[in-house]
Design a protein around this ligand. Structure first.
Ligand code: ARG
Length: 561
């Protein structure tokens, strides 16, 4: 629902000599509603039209067809537009309720967007950074989809590297299969830490680690089996977390997947004379881009994180033919992705421009980094469990007889953490206090979920719902702000994609929940008068948009809580 476009159209008809987009770009939403719903500043035309802004404003008002508006008035150098509230509101409600996938658009023309997300490292705990990547990536995938793109979610697991050789040595020395399968990641981390401690005394262990990694690279059966097992066990744990969040992936092709796909990269670079030897290593010079050299092959011939990312980018282009390729990875890897794009450019790939690093800031929990609270590793799992417990406590206080309490506490607890993560602009660093995040009041996910549950409870009380779409006018002016927000949804979804910012949706939905709650507090929705039908339509429309907004963030919207 684009009312701004109607304003722009009306102005353009009166001013055919001025470009429609130029008009559109200048239309403002006045802070003071007494100035109307939209305002157009005429002084920007003074030069072009050789007239005083006040005169332009008066002339425009004479020419503009007032029909879709309640009022169009000149106010000094401005033209103020007042929407016809009752009419507007009814149209909004009808549109929300009758449009399939209200708010979505088809801008993306079904183009493929690959989203590299989550991508934790095997045999290591998943960090807050990986959680952020997971939830931001998942939300961007939904937002891409709502903008008509086809997202492909790729988990680029860190499943290769010399650390696997060390882990094998450690496992051979002190490992127990039972211990690993009981608590895979903690156990593997324990082995790894012990390996490092003991290798300090016994440097020959490092040689052994290298030898095992070589065996792995050469396809030795035992080494491969161990690697596969470490990978499977770790992945199982990661899968638990993805299940908790109800997040799925289209591909788990991690770094190891590109083992046999790097030769092509090196050949292309060689044939274009881009590889130079520097202290025994093979590098690409990126002076022209103002970047440090990118190392492609180490002195010992081993390939690197970068080499694998180059092979992955080429593979993704070939396999998915993406129109955009997103990498949701912490800001500390900014240079890596700048280099990645630059090397792809050097390889002659124009589509390197379609690669986008989507960086994000760091989260701390109670002022501390996640992985090391009092020297102990806290797992993400624990944060989510605690959050679910807090949600359960509040439900027990507020609504002790609620059926299916556990399931709803799960949706509220995990939703709270996800919502909080997405609410802030993604590049900000922020601290995280669980008690604040899981509250039912304030800027929280549970607050939005609660507003939605309340809407559903009214609808349940209303009983059989048969909305008459010809009776949607609500005269209570307090409803106006809510209706306007409903009308904004399409623009919000576009903006969220344009800025690659789930926070745009999160802020919007908080605002909608707050505005609706304010209206709700002052009106008798179920009162038996001739606007009851329209008020229920509003409640239904609000609950749909709240639910869809939460869905775009990867947060569930229980109908009761
Ligand atoms: N595994 C890496 C890490 O934990 C992130 C990988 C990101 N994706 C990529 N294609 N480089 O830091």
């Amino acid at each position: 629902m684009n009312y701004k476009a109607q304003v722009a159209d009306a102005l353009h008809q009166a001013l055919p000599e001025v470009d429609l987009d130029a008009i559109s770009a200048k239309i403002e939403v006045p802070k003071d509603t007494a100035m109307g719903d939209f305002a157009f500043p005429t002084f920007i035309l003074a030069k072009q039209l050789h007239q005083a802004p006040q005169v332009i404003a008066e002339n425009l008002v004479d020419q503009i067809d007032v029909k879709p508006f309640k009022q169009v008035v000149a106010n000094g150098p401005y033209v103020n537009f007042f929407l016809d509230q009752a009419n507007f509101g009814a149209t909004v409600l009808k549109t929300v309720l009758e449009t399939e996938n209200y708010g979505h658009n088809t801008d993306g023309e079904a183009g493929h967007v690959t989203i590299d997300m989550s991508s934790p490292n095997i045999a290591k705990p998943m960090s807050m950074g990986h959680l952020r990547s997971t939830v931001i990536g998942n939300s961007l995938a939904e937002i891409a989809n709502a903008n008509g793109y086809q997202p492909i979610k790729i988990n680029h697991l860190g499943d290769w590297g010399t650390q696997f050789g060390k882990l094998m040595v450690a496992y051979k020395l002190w490992g127990s299969a039972e211990e690993v399968s009981q608590d895979p990641i903690n156990t593997l981390v324990k082995y790894y830490v012990r390996f490092h401690a003991e290798a300090k005394e016994h440097p020959e262990m490092d040689d052994e680690g290298r030898a095992w990694f070589k065996r792995l690279e050469d396809g030795d059966e035992e080494a491969h089996e161990l690697w596969q097992w470490f990978r499977d066990e770790s992945l199982k744990e990661f899968m638990d977390l993805y299940d908790t969040l109800d997040i799925q992936f289209d591909s788990f092709n991690g770094e190891a997947f590109y083992n046999d796909k790097m030769d092509g990269v090196i050949e292309t670079l060689e044939s274009r004379n881009k590889l130079v030897t520097s202290q025994g290593a093979q590098v690409v010079n990126l002076d022209d881009y103002g970047l440090n050299v990118a190392m492609i092959k180490r002195t010992d011939g081993a390939t690197l994180y970068m080499t694998r990312d180059l092979a992955a980018a080429v593979f993704r282009k070939k396999n998915y033919n993406f129109v955009k390729s997103l990498y949701v990875v912490g800001g500390e890897q900014r240079e890596h992705f700048q280099q990645l794009k630059a090397v792809l450019k050097e390889m002659g790939y124009e589509w390197a421009d379609d690669i986008e690093h989507i960086p994000f800031g760091m989260i701390t929990v109670d002022g501390k980094k996640l992985s090391t609270r009092s020297g102990r590793i806290i797992l993400l799992k624990d944060v989510l469990n605690d959050s679910v417990q807090l949600a359960l406590q509040q439900i027990d206080e507020k609504n002790p007889s609620l059926a299916d309490k556990e399931k709803i506490a799960h949706e509220v607890g995990t939703g709270a953490v996800v919502f909080h993560d997405l609410m802030n602009e993604r590049t900000l660093n922020f601290d995280f206090k669980l008690e604040e995040v899981v509250r039912f009041e304030g800027d929280t996910g549970p607050y939005v979920q609660y507003a939605n549950a309340r809407a559903h409870s009214i609808l349940r009380k209303a009983g059989q719902l048969e909305i008459d779409f010809n009776q949607l006018t609500i005269s209570d002016e307090h409803v106006w702000e809510t209706e306007k927000l409903l009308a904004d949804f399409e623009a919000v979804i576009r903006r969220a994609w344009r800025d690659r910012e789930p926070s745009v949706i999160a802020k919007y939905v908080l605002n909608l929940a707050r505005t609706f709650n304010k209206y709700y507090a002052n009106s008798k929705i179920l009162n038996d008068d001739n606007e009851r039908n329209a008020r229920l339509a509003l409640v239904l429309a609000v609950s749909q948009v709240l639910t869809e907004s939460l869905r775009l963030l990867g947060v569930k919207a229980p109908v009761e809580m």
